[in-house]
Design a protein around this ligand. Structure first.
Ligand SMILES: Cc1cc2nc3c(=O)[nH]c(=O)nc-3n(C[C@H](O)[C@H](O)[C@H](O)COP(=O)(O)OP(=O)(O)OC[C@H]3O[C@@H](n4cnc5c(N)ncnc54)[C@H](O)[C@@H]3O)c2cc1C
Ligand code: SF4
Length: 549
């Protein structure tokens, strides 16, 4: 079989990148297996042309549908085992989940927010995990990812502040820390302190689709760069399918995927092409990925039969929710600036956190027809409003390209997250549970009932905010129960004091197995209600600091 590594890491997101880096720093031989590809500066998928055939089909509206612009060697939008795209979209009854695939995991598409949660977010987590305990680990993450508040004074920021001032909530508005290289106002390229090249942010707003300038401090430019420079092997396009204890370590089976087209033909599920071995195994394939690997190992391959009965339970979408603003009285100019620029922190009073978002110009250019329809609707609403208010007959407003352009300046999107009820052992017994269905595929049973109070607070806030902007806030209503979605899946292999309470102990060690660790978002015993990546990385720092001494 070849070399036995000191450690194998599965997945290269906020957990895996930290693990690979810190283990390599300790002189361990490290192999990192990542199912996604490496995404270079010019590789990210984009609509076929920047200048839009304006009314042509929208980008990537269905799984498996790919846009591949000429001159872009990279892959398509959507991940499937036959086509390693950038996003994976998984639809479960009542809940859809979006995650990323690639070297750098979620950092490739995230909106760069690095947020330390309040102490209350760790309520019910096993000792020693508290905010105070984790502070030094947050500090390590901060040193590596270099997040800073946006130095630019955008119209969006002023509008967010003004709208909150209008509803008496301005004191909780903040500029969140963003892991972005801003530069000094010019085009100066820098080598960051790990030796990776970055151009300064040009405020294009497309961060959630991959940054063409590498201005985002993504994990491939810091933790993973350092890991590779220290000798860690990072192998993209290697999808782990099975893990098995062997001797005093583990064998890991994986399929090599092909980035080339036409799609690679893969061996049937479970018949992996290759295997590698290590003394220690660090699972960091994300909440869904890691939980699925362990469920298979316990329930179908039966290679790890002693795994906790809690496996798959306590899953949380981190209370993700959203609102869309139409026809604000205050101009927002949402096409200028990074994906997210401002936040509203109601973690103590309401148990939730809010981010305002950009509408990237490069993408809306191709949505021109939808914008025209939206403009028509807004115009009609204004028309009927004016007629009722004034009792006169105003003329129907114009609805051409100039007005559509203007409309865009007054739109807004808002992303909310909160501490939802993710634990079925609570009195209501609601939350999420991941399991394998009869065909061995991952399934999610999600029951939002315990989160109704949080949801009603979020809705109330959004309606108020709409009034603050003087516009119409579209707030999802009843369909939430049937059609919820999240970009922050957490839990499934939660920590606990013992195996009846968690899959792992508070140091990420899997109960029942030596040298098997979990160090990603699946380790959370509950959602935390703020963007979780900094906490995932801090926990991974803590797990690795206590392993393999
Ligand atoms: C659009 C978007 C915006 C977001 N914005 C923010 C934000 O601003 N701030 C924030 O804190 N969080 C944000 N998030 C969430 C954040 O990205 C995730 O919480 C974080 O990436 C999770 O880290 P992780 O290490 O648990 O998993 P991931 O980062 O998802 O990494 C898991 C990796 O494992 C790989 N993998 C999975 N299965 C296998 C397998 N079988 N074999 C090999 N490799 C595998 C995946 O390809 C992936 O690269 C955002 C997410 C999205 C999608
Ligand atoms: S706004 Fe544009 S340049 Fe700046 S970080 Fe986001 S994608 Fe990169």
């Amino acid at each position: 079989m070849g070399k036995t590594y000191d450690a194998i890491v599965v997945g290269s997101g906020f957990g895996g990148a930290v693990a690979a880096c810190r283990l390599a720093e300790r002189g361990r031989s490290v192999l990192l297996l990542e199912r996604g590809r490496r995404w270079g500066r010019q590789d990210f998928p984009r609509p076929p042309t920047r200048q839009a055939s304006l009314d042509s089909a929208p980008f990537g509206s269905a799984q498996g549908k790919q846009d591949k612009p000429a001159g872009r060697p990279g892959g398509g939008w959507w991940w499937s085992e036959r086509e390693p795209g950038l996003f994976e979209f998984r639809r479960f009854p009542g809940m859809s989940v979006v995650v990323a695939a690639g070297v750098g995991g979620g950092s490739l598409v995230y909106t760069n927010v690095q947020k330390v949660p309040p102490a209350a977010a760790f309520q019910g987590w096993p000792a020693p995990i508290t905010l105070d305990y984790l502070r030094p680990y947050y500090e390590r993450v901060r040193e590596m990812l270099e997040p800073t508040a946006i130095p630019h004074d955008l119209q969006r920021l002023r509008a967010f502040q003004a709208a909150h001032a209008a509803i008496g909530k301005a004191d909780r508005v903040e500029r969140p820390l963003l892991a972005i290289y801003w530069g000094q106002g010019g085009e100066e390229e820098r080598l960051n302190r790990f030796g990776a090249r970055q151009l300064p942010c040009n405020l294009c707003g497309i961060c959630a689709f991959g940054c063409d300038r590498h201005s985002k401090n993504t994990l491939d430019l810091n933790y993973l760069k350092r890991a590779e420079d220290l000798g860690a092997q990072v192998r993209p396009l290697c999808q782990v399918t099975r893990i098995e204890p062997r001797g005093d370590g583990y064998e890991v089976f994986f399929s090599r995927l092909s980035a080339s087209l036409p799609p690679a033909s893969l061996p049937p599920q479970g018949q992996a092409e290759e295997k590698v071995a290590a003394r220690s195994l660090y699972l960091a394939a994300g909440s869904l990925g890691t939980t699925e690997l362990l469920l298979r190992a316990r329930d179908s391959d039966r290679t790890l039969p002693k795994l906790s009965p809690r496996l798959g339970q306590g899953w949380s979408p981190n209370g993700d929710f959203f609102g869309a603003l139409l026809d604000s009285r205050i101009p927002l100019q949402p096409t200028v600036g990074p994906s997210v620029a401002a936040g509203y922190d109601a973690t103590d009073s309401g148990g939730f956190y809010v981010l305002e978002g950009a509408i990237p110009a490069a993408l809306v250019a191709r949505r021109r027809r939808a914008l025209r329809i939206l403009n028509r609707i807004v115009s009609l609403l204004r028309f009927s409003w004016a007629r009722r208010a004034a009792g006169v007959e105003p003329s129907l407003p114009a609805c051409g390209d100039a007005e559509t352009e203007e409309l865009l300046r007054y739109l807004g999107v808002f992303f909310l997250m909160g501490r939802d009820a993710s634990d079925r052992s609570t009195p209501l017994g609601t939350g999420g549970r991941l399991q394998l269905d009869g065909r061995g595929a991952l399934d999610l049973d999600w029951d939002p009932r315990g989160s109704e109070l949080l949801l009603s607070r979020m809705r109330r806030y959004l309606r108020e905010l709409g009034r603050g902007y003087g516009g119409w806030m579209l707030v999802p209503q009843g369909w939430w129960k049937k059609g919820f979605s999240t970009v922050h899946p957490l839990g499934g292999c939660g920590m606990g004091r013992e195996s009846s309470e968690g899959v792992c102990d508070p140091f990420g060690r899997v109960f029942g197995y030596q040298n098997l660790f979990v160090c990603d978002g699946s380790l959370f015993p509950s959602g935390i209600g703020v963007p979780p990546s900094m906490t995932i990385a801090a926990l991974a720092e803590h797990v690795v600091a206590h392993s393999d001494r």
